[in-house]
Design a protein around this ligand. Sequence first.
Ligand SMILES: [Zn+2]
Length: 270
Amino acid sequence: MPGGRKSVKTAAATVPEFPGLLEEMTIEEIRAFRPEVVVLPLGSTEPHGPHLPYGTDAWQVTRLARLAVAAANARGARALLYPTLPITNNVNFRKFPFALRIGVRTLMQVIIDIVTQCREDGIRKVVLVNGHGGVSATIQAVMREIAGMDDMPFVCTPVNLSPPGFKSPIEHPSIHGGESEVSRMLWIRPELVRKDKLRNNPFGKVKVPVLETYADFVRPWHLHVPASGGGETRKSTAAKGKAVIEAAAAAMAELLIGLSKATYSKSFPY
Ligand SMILES: [Zn+2]
């Protein structure tokens, strides 16, 4: 079970831990729950340097989504959390072993199929939660594609996982496998962090610096982050990871509450 607190704390504990956790609900419970919003987290299975496991993105986005859905549903929302997609887009990781990947168009179709089934199950609002930078463009493309299809659910994605004004405690930001991800994993699954391997892993340099400051391109990861995870990681702490994830979950809970309580119409969200 990726992410989240343990569902069964004692023999007498309530299962599922909170309403809206599809994988732990029964058919009777799901019918009674009458979900209003579906939350689909997208993770990845890919190397994160010598210090973090391949499942880092999936663990993180699952924990984030679980916290957000639990908080939203505790305040009257009816958000249904789907299992995290663990294999997504990673062609730029292909020089690393077992960086699991499906094609961009394949993933687009997978998401479209899932959203289509949401419609068949009566869901009109879907939130895609991005746990992997490699799928950002795919999510955007899916939303564009779905917006052109008749009678599909409304689909959105949080573009900024921190609430406005949030002051991040991360001292050494990194795009991949750095202090932020290590801190989050120290909170979520500390036993999976290889603490003896924490160091400053360098990034590759491009020949044309303006590419980094002005343009966008797909980085071959073995050249961009030769160790497969980059940046200074020795200031990572579980407290920083907890602060970052809890702030993001609080912001996402507000989105889920708003979507859940808003009445759907053909012109939604207007
Ligand atoms: Zn990651």
